[in-house]
Write a protein that binds this ligand. Structure first.
Ligand code: ADP
Ligand code: MG
Length: 480
């Protein structure tokens, strides 16, 4: 039997504010437990929350970036539940009236077509604290509570159930991740929990309008886990239904070690949370001026940049999309392209050598030892014939290991290309004289031996002979 997969994602992204959403305590990651939680974050009696305008500004930027309606009036509500990392007994969130309404995000499918994914809403809320089980931090078998994270601003971005495969879900999540980083509202650091995903998954017979019963897999913090968790969950649901079982709506956890999802608790209904407007906070009103200031400096967004790179620099769709993955990478590319006037070469070097080196070192473009200016310098020496393509790779490696810019490396290592045809001829004469057997084979029609001679000349010149000249002179001399 055939089944259609239906997925909707809820993404929690921490907003890059200095202080918490309702208090002045800092939000920096990695401090000693409970050193960054003030009376408000602890939920002590008698305190009052004060909304952080910066969190609102960042949410508004997101709304604009996904072309959503931004509510001129939104309301904070209390979502009541009991958990040790939530000392107040409720989370301040937005419920019926979120700040960001319907919007859209476009993803590119494997076959190159563009699919529009609906965003239902995005709302502001506070993060909870963390339970610590690490025996190095708390006693064996004990659990500690760290409230540093409590009150960190979150934007929860809820998608429509428009996604039809684990791959589409990943493409969408990556797109949202790219977007929040582009517009500078979140560092998107997944290891530190700045970007966490919940996947709602159901299946239905193709053609059926009505949605199937869904399960929600909580707290996925990598794209790979997102994909694997959904894959597992779809298979589990298919097997269960096909063997005559009934799905229950529930919350599940993904276990990366066993690569499976496990039931955690039956799904709570909204009314279990007894939502009601928070009497401590006024409705949030946003006027035209705030909106204009918050969004006036939005950068060029990834889709627009990708299309421009394609049109303006003649890059392939693949390169355009690769080089716009992040703003930093795109800026780097544009700097190299402008300085050299060689966008395609710039794209090849960045997509090839540079990315390989970055991936190997597991660092981001911003930390690259080889700056845009240095890569441009290398490409110029390649263009003006000072060095050959092969030597250029060697120069790149030297720049990467901190030996200076291209000109310094070329000079100190004596890597200038040999273009003096007299010198190349002398080398070739010597090689021909030393290899009479191969000369005979070549003249007898064994074309392959040509490569042997090229190799010998390159070896003799330590890779520096101009390849084109080598070919020409070799051909002439061997024919003679
Ligand atoms: P809740 O807030 O209780 O989790 P929502 O109705 O807000 O529920 O939906 C949350 C997410 O689940 C949304 O992303 C939505 O698209 C998705 N969703 C809802 N129903 C289904 C379904 N049957 N199958 C897959 N995803 C679903
Ligand atoms: Mg949910």
């Amino acid at each position: 039997m055939q089944w259609e997969t239906v997925i909707g994602l809820e993404i929690h992204t921490q907003l890059a504010t200095q202080s918490k959403i309702f208090s002045g305590a800092p939000t920096a990651f990695g401090a000693e437990p409970n050193t960054q939680a003030c009376a408000i974050d602890l939920g002590l009696p008698g305190v009052l929350p004060v909304l952080n305008a910066e969190a609102v500004r960042l949410a508004v930027r997101f709304g604009r970036a996904i072309e959503a309606e931004i509510a001129s009036r939104s309301v904070f509500a209390r979502k009541n539940y009991f958990y040790p990392d939530l000392p107040k007994g409720y989370q301040i969130s937005q419920y019926e009236r979120p700040i960001v309404g319907r919007g859209k995000v476009e993803i590119v499918l494997d076959d190159g077509t563009i699919k529009r994914i609906g965003v239902t809403r995005a709302h502001l809320e506070e993060d909870a604290g963390k339970s610590l089980h690490d025996p190095g931090l708390v006693g064996d078998g004990q659990t500690g509570v760290d409230l540093n994270r409590a009150g960190t601003p979150l934007l929860e971005i809820v998608s429509e159930p428009d996604l039809r495969s684990p791959q589409e879900a990943v493409a969408y999540a990556r797109k949202v991740h790219q977007l929040v980083r582009y517009i500078g509202i979140s560092d998107g650091n997944m290891q530190e929990g700045s970007f966490r995903m919940d996947a709602n998954v159901s299946i239905r017979p193709p053609g059926q309008e009505e949605l199937g019963t869904r399960t929600e897999i909580k707290n996925l913090n990598s794209f790979r886990y997102l994909e694997k968790a959904i894959q597992f969950e779809v298979e589990r649901q298919v097997e269960l239904i096909e063997s005559g079982g009934t799905l229950v709506q529930e919350t599940r956890l993904y276990d990366a070690v066993k690569d499976e999802t496990r039931g955690m608790r039956s799904k709570e209904e909204a009314n279990d949370y007894r939502y009601f407007p928070d009497p401590d906070l006024l409705p949030l009103e946003i006027d035209a001026e705030f909106l204009a200031t918050a969004t006036s400096d939005l950068p060029e967004l990834p889709d627009a940049k990708r299309e421009r790179f394609h049109a303006e620099y003649g890059l392939s769709e693949y390169d355009a999309s690769l080089l716009t993955t992040s703003r930093e990478l795109a800026d780097y590319f544009e700097a190299v392209a402008r300085e050299t006037g060689e966008p395609k070469l710039a794209a090849n070097w960045i997509g090839g050598e540079l990315m390989a080196a970055l991936n190997k070192a597991e660092i981001e473009i911003g930390q690259s030892q080889v700056t845009a200016r240095m890569l441009a310098g290398l490409i110029k020496r390649l263009q003006d014939g000072t060095i050959s393509g092969k030597i250029a790779k060697q120069v790149f490696e030297s720049m990467w290991s901190g030996e200076g810019d291209a000109d310094q490396v070329i000079r100190s290592k004596g890597l200038e290309q040999i273009t003096d045809s007299g010198a190349i001829e002398a080398m070739i004469d010597a090689i021909i004289a030393a290899n009479p057997g191969q000369v005979e084979q070549y003249r007898a029609g064994k074309q392959k031996v040509f490569g042997f001679f090229v190799g010998q000349v390159m070896k003799a010149s330590r890779g520096k002979a101009n390849p084109q000249q080598v070919n020409e002179i070799l051909e002439r001399k061997l024919r003679a």
